[in-house]
Design a protein around this ligand. Structure first.
Ligand code: NJP
Length: 239
């Protein structure tokens, strides 16, 4: 039976767990070949083995320019060109009041949540433009428009990622390349593991969060619209 993404290729960063893993599974189940990008070698190879010839494990620290450069080269070689879909989902979340937040933690959130997606887009957009086809999906956050205490670094990165998404949209309109921002509220994933009770205090309990599959369905909706349709932004919260 034919699938909506038969023949399509996709890159998903942060595919080793959480939302990125759910998106990778959903795109593969819909027919796409998927490059799984993250640092956790075992998790990537386990998922790639499970997805079979639809998946390619690409180990990469997205905070390093050389790592992104090498990953993009590997992916273009494997796919024979740029991916049809790029999903930037890799992310870090280190909530803490400003006076307690290390500059290194602030910096790491900007690096992974904002600069790394820019690097992937910068590397892949020229070839997508040439192919007159491509879809850049940014996983934003409720925190890309709304500020909460403890979110200085995270909100700075996500407000920035939303701004970059909006610029991509203006620069690619009419080119065949599409751009979508998917911004969920809290999602039950391993991102919450290891946070102190104080750091979790402003956020809902796991059972009151969205699931990673809820976000993956939103991404699938955006990337399976007719090519004449751009889904600019989806904001999803618990009902
Ligand atoms: O996070 P988690 P989520 N290089 O911790 C990867 C946003 N969001 O799925 O390298 C490469 O389960 C890491 O891979 P690994 C959030 O901001 C979430 O919840 O193997 N990869 C793993 O695959 C983020 O943008 C919520 O450690 C790196 C993945 O990122 C996206 O959703 C709410 C990396 C993180 O998996 C996915 O978050 C919201 C690096 N240097 C927005 N550093 C939520 N969960 O509540 C990390 O509004 N990764």
């Amino acid at each position: 039976m034919s699938q909506p993404l038969d023949g399509a290729t996709a890159v998903v960063t942060g595919a080793s767990r959480g939302i990125g893993e759910a998106i990778a599974r959903s795109l593969a189940a819909s027919g796409a070949r998927v490059a799984l990008v993250a640092r956790s070698r075992d998790a990537l190879h386990t998922l790639a083995a499970e997805l079979g010839n639809r998946a390619l494990a690409v180990e990469c620290d997205v905070s390093e320019a050389a790592g992104v450069h090498a990953a993009v080269a590997t992916i273009i070689t494997a796919f024979g060109g740029p991916p049809r879909i790029l999903v930037n989902s890799a992310g870090l979340f280190h909530p803490a009041p400003i006076a307690d937040l290390d500059a290194a933690a602030f910096d790491s959130m900007l690096s992974v949540n904002l600069v790394a997606p820019f690097r992937f887009v910068r590397s892949l957009l020229p070839a997508m433009r040439e192919a007159k086809r491509g879809h850049i999906v940014t996983i934003g956050s409720v925190a890309d428009r709304t500020v909460l205490p403890g979110n200085s670094g995270y909100s700075a990165s996500k407000f920035g990622a939303r701004a970059v998404h909006e610029v991509i949209r203006t620069e690619t309109k009419g080119s065949g390349v599409r751009a979508t921002l998917v911004s969920p509220s809290a999602v039950d994933t391993p991102i919450w593991n290891g946070l102190t009770a104080a750091a979790r205090a402003n956020f809902p309990k796991a059972e009151d969060m969205l699931s990673a599959d809820d976000v993956a369905r939103a991404v699938l909706y955006a990337v399976t619209q007719p090519e004449t349709v751009n889904v600019d932004e989806l904001r999803i919260t618990r009902s």
